[in-house]
Ligand binder design. Structure first.
Ligand code: HEC
Length: 218
């Protein structure tokens, strides 16, 4: 009788211990997998974060002289002029367009290099908002019902009525000089938030120089 009770108690303790071990094992395997070199439990070392982003306020680099620019892989052009060349060449989303850069070289580029001008912040001047931060895909809040977040949005134009696929062409029908886009990049409009600065003189490196044909020696 006494032994029965003892066996029963020891049995219960044994089952309990096996249960605890199985549970701990399960939790371990669940967290670490079948390995003994698991260090997920070690306390992380706190280190002072080192900033890795380059400050966005540095002025655009100027090539030293014509020679230095001729050696660079990229062309040197006003961002607004790159946009203009793209518009004048028919504003394609895939096709290559050509332009003359500030050092007089013939260059080529694609929409891929124009798009960041619409979607990147801190680009036109230090602290500038991206165009898309205002002219977003959500036309109910976007000023002038203009969405410049995508190629399709830019082509669809501004002042799009509810549900309308297109509105006012901001690309001047392919003529940069008469386009609304040029007007809003080149003219500082004191009373329009987001357009209080003339953005026409930002210089960037973009496009690739076309190979120069060797002048035949006489
Ligand atoms: C701070 C917000 C803001 C930012 C950033 C902004 N815009 Fe605008 N944009 C406006 C407002 C407001 C208007 C005028 C809307 C109106 O007249 O009803 C406007 C008007 C325009 C128009 C004229 C559309 C029309 O039909 O009259 C164009 C084109 C335009 N913006 C392009 C751009 C481009 C390109 C950028 C980036 C370089 C940009 N915007 C950045 C707020 C902004």
């Amino acid at each position: 009788m006494k032994d029965d009770v003892r066996t029963y108690i020891y049995g219960a303790i044994g089952v309990f211990l096996i249960g605890v071990l199985a549970w701990v094992g399960l939790v371990y395997v669940n967290a670490c997998g079948f390995t003994l070199s698991c260090n997920r439990g070690t306390i992380p070392v706190a280190r002072t974060p080192i900033p890795t982003l380059i400050p966005a306020t540095l002025p655009a680099m100027l090539p030293e002289d014509g020679m230095a620019a001729a050696d660079a892989d990229a062309c040197y052009v006003a961002a607004a002029d790159l946009m203009g060349a793209w518009v004048d060449a028919g504003a394609s989303d895939t096709e290559v367009f050509q332009f003359t850069d500030a050092t007089g070289r013939e260059c080529e580029s694609t929409f891929e290099e124009v798009k960041p001008l619409f979607v990147e912040a801190n680009l036109w001047y230090s602290g500038s908002l991206s165009c898309v931060s205002c002219h977003s895909v959500n036309l109910t809040v976007s000023p002038a019902q203009l969405d410049v977040s995508s190629y399709e949005g830019i082509l669809a134009g501004s002042r799009r009525a509810e549900g309308a696929a297109t509105g006012t062409d901001i690309l001047g029908g392919g003529n940069w000089n008469s386009s609304l886009l040029k007007e809003f990049i080149f003219e500082a409009k004191a009373d329009v938030p987001g357009h209080t600065e003339d953005l026409s003189d930002l210089m960037i490196f973009a496009g690739t120089p076309l190979p120069v044909e060797a002048t035949p020696t006489p």
